[in-house]
Design a protein around this ligand. Structure first.
Ligand SMILES: C[S@@+](CC[C@H](N)C(=O)[O-])C[C@H]1O[C@@H](n2cnc3c(N)ncnc32)[C@H](O)[C@@H]1O
Length: 206
């Protein structure tokens, strides 16, 4: 939790408690339904919560923004972002029902009221949003193909509506076939821990 405070020092008491509570909730749920590698639960805040919040360092979503998290699994990056942006609405989608169950239960336990859930493939989702976010789900071009239908045309944020993905490692081959405007941000520019050495956030204007 201290690591979150280091980079997001102005959280309310409610937000701090919500983030604090994640550890016990994910430890419990992860023992029943695997949403995070079991060995990695000790690194929940650094590898999962802070990593998810890397998206917020790229774009501070305007109040009232709507955001879909595609392939959210147990709720990453959607749940940390929903805690950070209580004035925005998040829609978390995953095609595996038991993973969406973990995200739903964790969200209810910390009292989030700005999140909805759907057990489905993102291909089936028809609603429109300002942004789509995603971590570790599918190659960039496949994601763009699936979510272009879900992006609203009216704009309210500092970046034009689009997709923001958290990615690791070598990205050149994934970005090359992308025909749209894409920007790559090194999370290391925001977070000094070694874990972020190779971590990137990719924005694609849709
Ligand atoms: C490696 S997990 C990542 C989960 C989460 N984003 C995270 O970073 O912890 C990939 C997830 O994407 C989901 N997924 C893959 N393709 C999908 C699709 N077309 N629609 C919805 N979910 C999908 C899988 O069910 C799985 O839960």
């Amino acid at each position: 939790m201290q690591i979150i405070d280091k980079y997001f020092p102005i959280l309310s008491d409610t937000q701090k408690k919500q983030i604090d509570d994640l550890y016990d909730l994910y430890t419990d749920w992860n023992a029943k339904i695997n949403v995070i590698s079991r060995k990695d639960i000790e690194n929940l805040y650094l590898h999962h919560v802070l990593h998810s919040l890397g998206i917020a360092k790229m774009l501070n979503f305007t109040s009232g923004s709507t955001i879909m998290d595609v392939g959210t699994g147990g709720g990453f990056p959607g749940i940390p972002l929903a805690i950070l942006f209580p004035e925005c609405k998040f829609h978390l989608v995953d095609r595996i029902g038991k993973k969406i169950k973990v995200a739903t239960e964790v969200s209810a336990a910390i009292g989030l009221n700005n999140v909805t859930f759907r057990h489905a493939g993102a291909e089936e989702e028809k609603q429109k949003f300002d942004f789509v976010v995603s971590r570790a789900v599918m190659p960039l071009n496949d994601l763009i193909r699936i979510i272009t239908k879900n992006i609203k045309t009216d704009q309210k944020n500092a970046l034009p509506n689009g997709l923001i993905c958290l990615k690791g490692g070598e990205l050149e081959n994934e970005i090359k076939p992308v025909k749209k405007r894409a920007l790559v941000y090194n999370l290391k520019d925001y977070f000094s821990e070694d874990f972020f050495d190779t971590k990137k956030a990719v924005y694609v204007q849709i």
